[in-house]
Design a protein around this ligand. Structure first.
Ligand SMILES: NC(=O)c1ccc[n+]([C@@H]2O[C@H](COP(=O)([O-])OP(=O)(O)OC[C@H]3O[C@@H](n4cnc5c(N)ncnc54)[C@H](OP(=O)(O)O)[C@@H]3O)[C@@H](O)[C@H]2O)c1
Length: 289
């Protein structure tokens, strides 16, 4: 016996993986995709296929939206607003926190119960160990959707602010890209002496494995804000260390573009009498506005 009915809007790589997982978990599914041909394998696998977003909305009280971006979500949902009234919409499309908040405000005006989601997984991971999804927004929507959402991966409710899930997703991705910027810098330095990129990457991975656990004790001071005198490494020391890294890169004929912004902040702290402060006080320099 089906567990319930769910409509899925968007059958790209991620929407398809989600539809498949919900089917294998025993849900009756109705799918819709802009390019209709992509729905055919889902029809063959047992999903109902809706010809329009409004038809998909009429088929289920719970809808999962897995479209490309914020613009495509609004392009598709806005004309279907009357059909969405009274429904619960979980938007799994990647958007910025601000976009999530604006979609939540729009949904509230339409009488739609709205939950925003961020997927910390690739399609192959959906429903498997390691798949983690973050949610924020209407807590009642989360309660309604939770049994289905838990089939996709670990479900974590971040809070009522609809931007929270995307904010955390993007903060974690920011750390990842900054880390990969560092990997590229190391690769650029080592290839000047003929070391293959994969070999450097192996060394970097081993090194990062040792130092990543230090992230938590290193930033603990940020919460109290008692930077000076430094409980950890101070600005003077770190400025000299990062300065050496930049010089070493240049000696090899390589730029240090990913490190220089950090150096700029350390220079500014030192120049304004904060050289004895903990170097992680550089986080305060990131505030804008
Ligand atoms: N793939 C991943 O690893 C991954 C991981 C985490 C989060 N996500 C997020 O999941 C969402 C979907 O990703 P995906 O991997 O499924 O992308 P995808 O394979 O490129 O599929 C994009 C989907 O969006 C639809 N679409 C694009 N523009 C549209 C428009 N204007 N109107 C209606 N439909 C439109 C496409 O429809 P057509 O078939 O008609 O083009 C397709 O169904 C994205 O927000 C992505 O950031 C993906």
């Amino acid at each position: 016996m089906p567990k319930g009915t769910i409509s899925i809007l968007g059958l790209g790589a991620m929407g398809s993986a989600i539809a498949e997982r919900l089917r294998e978990s025993g849900y009756e599914t109705t799918v819709w995709n802009r390019t209709a041909a992509k729905a055919e394998p889902h029809r063959a696998a047992g999903s109902n296929v809706a010809a329009t977003v409004a038809e998909a909305a009429a088929a289920s009280d719970l809808l999962l939206v897995v479209l490309l971006d914020h613009a495509s979500v609004h392009e598709q949902l806005e004309p279907a607003a009357p059909a969405l009234k009274g429904k619960t919409v979980v938007n799994l499309t990647t958007t910025t926190p601000g976009e999530s908040r604006s979609t939540a405000a729009w949904a509230a005006e339409q009488g739609v119960t709205y939950l925003d989601g961020a997927i910390m997984a690739v399609p192959d991971m959906i429903g498997r160990p390691g798949s983690r999804l973050l949610y924020s927004g209407d807590e009642n929507a989360y309660a309604i959707a939770r049994p289905a959402l838990e089939t996709l991966g670990t479900a974590e409710y971040e809070g009522a602010d609809p931007g929270l899930a995307e904010l955390k997703d993007m903060a974690l991705l920011t750390a990842m890209y900054a880390m990969f910027g560092g990997v590229l810098q190391a690769v650029a330095m080592m290839r000047t002496v003929g070391v293959p990129a994969v070999e450097t990457a192996r060394d970097v991975a081993a090194w990062l494995g040792e130092v990543v656990p230090l992230a938590e004790p290193t930033v603990a001071v940020v919460d109290g804000g008692a930077y000076d005198p430094a409980p950890g490494q101070d600005v003077h020391f770190t400025r000299a260390a990062v300065g050496s890294l930049i010089t070493a890169a240049r000696e090899q004929g390589v730029g240090a573009d990913f490190l220089e912004p950090l150096m700029k902040h350390l220079e500014e702290l030192a120049a304004t009498g904060r050289g004895t402060a903990d170097w992680v006080s550089a986080v305060e320099q990131l505030k804008i506005g």
